[in-house]
Design a protein around this ligand. Structure first.
Ligand code: FSX
Length: 342
């Protein structure tokens, strides 16, 4: 498979289009950097289909999907934003039609079926596309699911990669361009394949919890809780789920913004259960067990860290300790002598 030119086919299902809004804010690199080949190794990318950003519209746009399903856009990366409904539950209607072509409505699920057979790789952008997200929330009336569940964990694309998930509701802008960029560089043998966790998230981006990376976690460490919005302090008492959420949202655009850094509790939007428990109710406190475990391991680790930090001081004092004891002994003897004389 020649990878000189790679098409990107971005579909949109059940969602709010926030992922598209978000990716347009990417700053490191920008979407324009990626699409214009400004990043070495990423030239030759073409955004062949995107419901919001493409020039074609109507049947011209739909024709791209028809042609792609027939192999005219190979090689291509399939990118999905939004969840996939179960059309079997739609009765006489359709839950998610994405285009009209020659009088026929193209259903999202049919287009995914057609494209998944021939795509080089598939990337699920956002929690809706990854795990179902908000459309999949209880009671999930449309039977919505994410691409991981829809294609299955064992599915692989032409490059041998499983579905790559970039969750977040919406995902952090830079996370999307970085993952797409790495997928393309990996396809060209210029970067290693992304290591994925059990939920197919790239470990490099989602390997830590929001709590671990939180820009205001110092307030938790010193025991200062905020009890109202706008108050300074850890947001745990206001429902922050950072301790159970794998996320790197330390800032949002170009070093600014981010959830906890701007006083907003983490709602756990990168987790497969989102928006159901334990990520909700959004303003209810996170489960206690992770904090209990963190406190126990943290106390032991703090003792060790403290010892390591103070080790040079303790070691520098050690030679003087016997001297100090000798002075004390001498003084005590002198006191005793005084007592004897009285
Ligand atoms: Fe879902 Fe994207 Fe949430 Fe929206 O479109 S991940 S509803 S913020 O952004 O798919």
């Amino acid at each position: 498979m020649s990878l000189e030119e790679i098409n990107l086919i971005w579909l949109e299902g059940q969602d709010c289009a926030g992922c598209t809004i978000s990716i347009k804010q990417a700053s490191n690199p920008t979407l324009i950097d990626i699409l214009t080949g400004a990043i070495p190794g990423l030239g030759g990318l073409k955004l062949a289909f995107h419901p919001t950003l493409m020039f074609e519209w109507g049947e011209d746009a739909a024709k791209v999907l028809i042609d792609a399903m027939e192999g005219k856009y190979d090689p291509f990366v399939l990118i999905l934003e939004g969840a996939i409904p179960d059309e079997g539950k739609a009765g006489e209607g359709v839950f998610c039609g994405i285009a009209d072509y020659e009088g026929k409505l193209l259903k999202l699920s049919d287009v995914i079926d057609g494209l998944a057979k021939r795509c080089a790789a598939a990337v699920a952008i956002g929690t809706c596309a990854s795990y179902g997200g908000i459309p999949h929330g209880n009671p999930n009336p449309t039977g919505a699911k994410g691409l991981l569940d829809y294609l299955g964990r064992d599915w692989t694309g032409g490059l041998g990669l499983p579905v790559i998930c970039v969750p977040g509701c919406p995902p952090r802008p830079d996370n999307m361009v970085q993952v797409l960029g790495q997928a393309v560089l990996a396809a060209r043998g210029l970067a290693p394949l992304p290591e994925l966790d059990e939920w197919h998230r790239p470990v490099a981006l989602f390997g830590s919890t929001m709590h671990e990376l939180c820009p205001i976690c110092g307030f938790y460490a010193e025991g200062t809780d905020a009890h109202g919005f706008g108050e300074t302090g850890c947001l745990g008492a206001l429902g922050c789920k950072g301790i159970i959420s794998h996320c790197n949202n330390t800032t949002w655009v170009d070093g600014y913004g981010g959830c906890t850094g701007t006083g907003v509790p983490c709602f756990g939007c990168t987790e497969p259960e989102f928006p159901d428990p334990p990520t909700s109710p959004f303003f209810a406190k996170a489960p206690a067990m992770p904090f209990i475990i963190e406190n126990i391991t943290g106390m032991l680790a703090h003792a060790e860290m403290g010892f390591e930090r103070f080790k040079p001081i303790i070691e520098s004092l050690l030679p003087q300790i016997p001297e100090f004891i000798e002075v004390l002994d001498k003084q005590m003897e002198e006191e005793k002598d005084k007592g004897r004389k009285i």
